[in-house]
Write a protein that binds this ligand. Structure first.
Ligand SMILES: [Zn+2]
Length: 254
């Protein structure tokens, strides 16, 4: 997992906004070293976000796409089979309305940016919470409350965030297994940046990414309280601050 993250950071450093300035270039390199150490706390969050902000925003998505590990047909089939086997009877909803189908069809606009439109299986689940998730780099699942609650652009926003997890899949899994909450929060913020840049690249407003997170939280919080995995996520305040930084960076103002 460390190798992939370091490689990603090296690629981001290679696309630095400030290549002639060695002191600036040093930041992503130091960050890559930091990520190889079992450092707990904010330094990891700062290292990955610093790397994002030091990258030329015009090169960011291309840089990520160069990192992409292909999902083989076998891996995909195995992931889908294991996902289906884990569902209870009636867990998947297939009798979708026209409006719901239209929203799902509109996801191709963001998936196409990453050549993922024909890779992910999209499934709608009968869950009480409004939630969207990504399974084994092959299945994007959307609960029906999320499908109905979010408008088309917000659904595109949350799916654009999930695509970020495809690039850091091994890191996400390792951090989950190791209960490395600082790293999980760092990964979430990185995926927020991927989501926002994906929306921008698709000709949509980057603001839909965070709007979707806020809308899901507004639905879930009063009904289900604080989620058990809350420690894995940055606070909404941190995500808003980071989103403002990403928007400034993407506009060339950082
Ligand atoms: Zn996430």
């Amino acid at each position: 997992m460390i190798i992939t993250t370091s490689r990603l950071l090296r690629d981001l450093a290679a696309n630095s906004l400030h290549p002639p300035d060695h002191s600036r270039l040093a930041a992503p390199i130091v960050a890559a070293i930091l990520l190889t150490l079992p450092v707990q706390g904010r330094s990891q969050f700062q290292s990955l976000s610093t790397s994002v902000l030091n990258t030329d925003p015009r090169a960011f998505l291309a840089c990520l796409k160069n990192q992409k590990q292909p999902v083989s047909a076998e891996l995909r089939a195995a992931a889908v089979a294991s996902f289906e086997a884990s569902l209870p009877d009636g867990g998947e909803i297939t009798d979708l309305s026209q409006a719901e189908r239209r929203k799902l069809a509109a996801l191709s606009r963001v998936l196409l940016i990453h050549q993922r439109d024909s890779v992910y299986e999209i499934r709608v689940l009968a869950l009480p919470q409004a939630a969207v998730g990504f399974y084994a780099r092959a299945v994007l699942w959307i609960s029906r409350p999320a499908l109905d609650l979010l408008n088309t652009e917000q659904l595109q926003g949350v799916v654009a965030h999930e695509i970020g997890h495809d690039y850091l899949w091994e890191e996400t899994r390792a951090a989950q297994q190791g209960k490395d909450y600082p790293r999980l929060r760092e990964i979430e913020l990185f995926c927020d940046a991927v989501g926002m840049m994906t929306l921008k690249s698709a000709g949509l407003s980057a603001s839909h990414m965070l709007a979707s997170v806020e809308r899901l939280a507004d639905f879930n919080q009063p009904r289900f309280g604080t989620p058990l995995n809350a420690e894995s996520y940055p606070s909404l305040a941190q995500r808003r601050t980071w989103a403002r930084q990403v928007i400034r960076w993407a506009a060339g103002k950082y």
